[in-house]
Design a protein around this ligand. Structure first.
Ligand SMILES: NC(=O)c1ccc[n+]([C@@H]2O[C@H](COP(=O)([O-])OP(=O)(O)OC[C@H]3O[C@@H](n4cnc5c(N)ncnc54)[C@H](OP(=O)(O)O)[C@@H]3O)[C@@H](O)[C@H]2O)c1
Length: 270
């Protein structure tokens, strides 16, 4: 976890990983907050999500406020075409930082959920992240002597099974394990891999998942935690709530955490 003393100012992050950051899921929530922080730090940006209008208005705002270059790409990362379009867009820029924030969750009894949505979630949360990480890491490896970074969004729910969000939690466990492995594997290529495991965050996520959220961290707290941790942490749990939940849950055995989260999810799902 990043400590205050270790954390790097945002402008130093831009100097280390610039000139260009690619952010998926930039039309809302955590991805949008990351885009805002990175623009303020001086990164040029490539912003990806499905909703063109949201991306365009964010890009206009960031160009006006920070004088940065900002490209947008409307792409559905649940499809091979959307993944290919994103890889093509990435190939024409010197990307030093990739933030994979596109994703969504489902909640409620597994057997009541639409199986096509469950499978689409695996496509967006896992398949697209693996494909883009593969393409971006290969591209970053060629950045002659300069460091790069990849930020993957796992979750607090990814550290154990979670009844009523079993498949979503499994996609996040996949990402956490992927990031932990790649962190060591890609270190020699000058690529810093960071797993980000937030607790509940107030964004578009809960409405899309059909959940209610009480206490929650803000997307900007997550973005701030990411920027502060890049380059020296393997996993960050950004925000006060995520840290509190880590303190309360992580000492428990895995089965105990699952039982507690069963109660929590029962209260958060319809
Ligand atoms: N919010 C939480 O409580 C929480 C906690 C832990 C981890 N996370 C993780 O953090 C990440 C970001 O979540 P968030 O809270 O920022 O959610 P959000 O506000 O709903 O934003 C999700 C973003 O992903 C994009 N997206 C979704 N499906 C897509 C697709 N098929 N193709 C391209 N882009 C797609 C959305 O854009 P479009 O709709 O425009 O495509 C949006 O920009 C997710 O991976 C989530 O699992 C969230």
């Amino acid at each position: 976890m990043a400590s205050r003393q270790q954390s790097r100012p945002a402008t130093a992050v831009a100097a280390r990983y610039g000139p260009v950051a690619l952010v998926t899921g930039a039309s809302d929530g955590i991805g949008r907050a990351c885009a805002e922080r990175l623009a303020a730090a001086g990164f040029a940006l490539v912003l990806v999500a499905r909703r063109q209008a949201e991306l365009d208005s964010l890009a206009d705002r960031l160009r006006a406020r920070h004088g940065i270059v900002c490209h947008v790409l409307a792409a559905d990362l649940g499809t091979s075409a959307g993944i290919s379009a994103t890889c093509e867009a990435a190939a024409s820029h010197d990307i030093g930082l990739f933030v994979a924030a596109a994703g969504f969750g489902t909640a409620g009894p597994f057997l009541a959920n639409d199986i096509e949505t469950e499978l689409a979630m695996i496509d967006v949360n896992c398949r697209a992240v693996v494909a883009l990480t593969h393409a971006l890491a290969a591209q970053m490896r060629g950045r002659a002597g300069r460091r790069s970074a990849i930020v993957l969004l796992s979750s607090l729910v990814g550290f154990q099974g979670v009844p009523r969000a079993a498949n979503y939690a499994a996609t996040k466990g996949f990402i956490q394990v992927l990031a932990e492995g790649l962190r060591l594997e890609l270190a020699g290529d000058g690529i810093d891999v960071l797993a980000v495991a937030p607790g509940p965050v107030k964004s578009g996520f809960a409405a899309r998942a059909g959940m209610t959220m009480g206490l929650a961290d803000t997307p900007d707290a997550v973005a701030r935690g990411i920027v502060a941790s890049l380059g020296h942490a393997g996993t960050v749990r950004p925000g006060w709530l995520a840290k509190g939940l880590e303190f309360a849950l992580m000492p428990l055995p895995r089965r105990g955490r699952t039982l507690i989260l069963q109660q929590v999810m029962a209260g958060m799902t319809r």
